[in-house]
Write a protein that binds this ligand. Sequence first.
Ligand code: ATP
Length: 446
Amino acid sequence: MSNPDVMDKLVSLCKRRGFIFQSSEIYGGTGSVWDYGPLGVELKKNIKDRWWHAMVRSRDDIEGLDAAILMHPRTWEASGHVAGFVDPLVDCKVCKGRFRADKLEDAKCPQKPSKQPGQHDACALTEARQFNLMFKTHMGALEESASIVYLRPETAQGIFVNFLNVQQSMRQKVPFGIAQIGKAFRNEITPGNFIFRTREFEQMEMQFFVEPGTDMEWFEQWKAMRMQWHLDLGLSRDRLQFHQHRAGELAHYARAAFDVTFDFGGTLGFQEIEGVHNRGDFDLTQHQQYSSKKLEYFDQVNNKRYVPYVIETSVGADRVTLAALVNAYREEAVEGETEGRVVLGLHHALAPIKAAIFPLTKKDGQPEMAHAILNDLRNSFTVDYDETGSIGKRYRRQDEVGTPFCITVDPQSTTDQTVTVRDRDTLAQERVAAGSLKAYLAAKLV
Ligand code: ATP
């Protein structure tokens, strides 16, 4: 059975609690573009940091890169995006709706009763035409065809064109990889499902350059390592699956491709969050041809030159953020209380706030002691201070944003310098010496 649909509840929680807002909301919003609020930016940053650590900092064979969003327009001719990054599109002459011809069954005609486009007698769909998903703009003062540039629709091409720069400057030997995190833009025709499919999003991509012939072995290794990364983020094993691209689904250049899919629940169900692809030598060969610059690797040991094959892992930071939120959301009854609680059971490493500090009352030196603890912990962890409302309400507020620990200063604290620490998931409370909180949290927040 599919997992429940929690999307509407999440959208409202994310807005109410400062995770994600609609872009330009006061002007009625920008279609399928979202802004990350104070807690959302921490959550997404934690995800990106874990990826960067796993891919770049913890390995000798992958280098980091931050290439520009605007690239030479020839890049997108070489990559195939100018000619081929298109979706088939149909327009309805009656309702003026625009739909993806290959996804009509997922679309809704705005006429009532709600039906698929084309199913009402009055529908008048045009023939499908190809619509390029790249955003176009102009560089410099003149708006002429020679000045056209594109907002990159993927970060990968910045890596391919820098392949030799990175390899030579860092004296890397094949096999090695280049990783980067950055914004990408796609003028999606049917965006939606909150931050699942947006027009501006962030990708975390890594291209691993290998000797031809060793590619399938590396492909299998990366497939397994990437699935493990998602499991290590706390995504449930039963919500994760591989989807293999079969012959008809494979991009023309791909030798093999698997998606990591996550079950978002409800009708959305299992959807791609990451792609692992064996791209062969397609990209480097194309760039060689279009730039007339050699992009070969010289293997000194075996005295041979070749264009490496590429294993690519490409994951959306926003889709993983959404998966982490869906995975973490739960509603539960609390013993002895009429009202239940909403909890974001996020992995500790992802929680935007690691600990919240409360004085039980606003007197008897408790706020002062709580502030001293706050200032002491703030150098090591993201922390929050709250003195308003009942202690139960304050716990609920932190549960709802996934804070793993709540620290309360009570009357006993000011006499014996101990505090209570409450665990988000077990609800267990422990008395801990205020002076050892840093070490206590460091040991628990793994
Ligand atoms: P889809 O089939 O969902 O459009 P795709 O196969 O085009 O995705 P890729 O080009 O392989 O996606 O991009 C790699 C990753 O980038 C995806 O797995 C996804 O996490 C993310 N991504 C792609 N398009 C979007 C988008 N419009 N909004 C948010 N994330 C996206």
